[in-house]
Design a protein around this ligand. Sequence first.
Ligand SMILES: [Mg+2]
Length: 236
Amino acid sequence: MLTFDENPLTSNSNKHDFTDTYFKKNFFFTQQLVNTTQQDQNHQILPEQSMEDQGKITLCLDLDETLISSTMTRQCDYDFSFKLQPTAEGEKSEEYFVKKRPNVGSFLRRCSEMFEVVIFTASLKPYADKILDELDPRGDLISHRLYRESCSYFCGSFVKDLSLLNRDLNTVLLIDDLPSSFQFHPENGLQIPRFDYHLKKKQNQNLLDNCLVGVLKILETIFIQHEVISIIAQYN
Ligand SMILES: [Mg+2]
């Protein structure tokens, strides 16, 4: 077991505080999920692995604050922005400003060479797809996209239930900034520091972020040894 100081992936920011407008707005949608997931525990949310991914470890990646940082507050420092059209009469369109985590492009490309890459996000599809289409414009890096409806809502958190993935759990890894996301399968989860670019900038904090470079070193070991759980145990 690595100590706190030795572990470059340890973060103090563990819990989403639900102050984000996007999460608030979709709270009632979340309530519906509780019933959906409880009724259908045997539902498998991924198809069988494609021929191309056959035998590969399944790497699930969170999106917000793991691969990107987004805000609805107008910014001048961002990589791309997009608008979501209103879903109900009387609502306004929403504009999001997105900063990519440093090295996310090369990170995703190398991950796609080694693993079956699944984006597993608690965000809604219209929002997530706008971002994922920017991160993977040719659609050749990410094998599957899972959204909020694939999460289980449990004790105030969106949990990503890895037992529903239709995969051998010995070959599944979830990387997420929130440990609550993998609380059903803590041995399969790797928590990484939260990437909240705009908040850090507002607070004049250090904006250097080499997290994905460090994570890739761990992933290279997992790939070479074709082993998830014993390697991840050194970092949790
Ligand atoms: Mg996140």
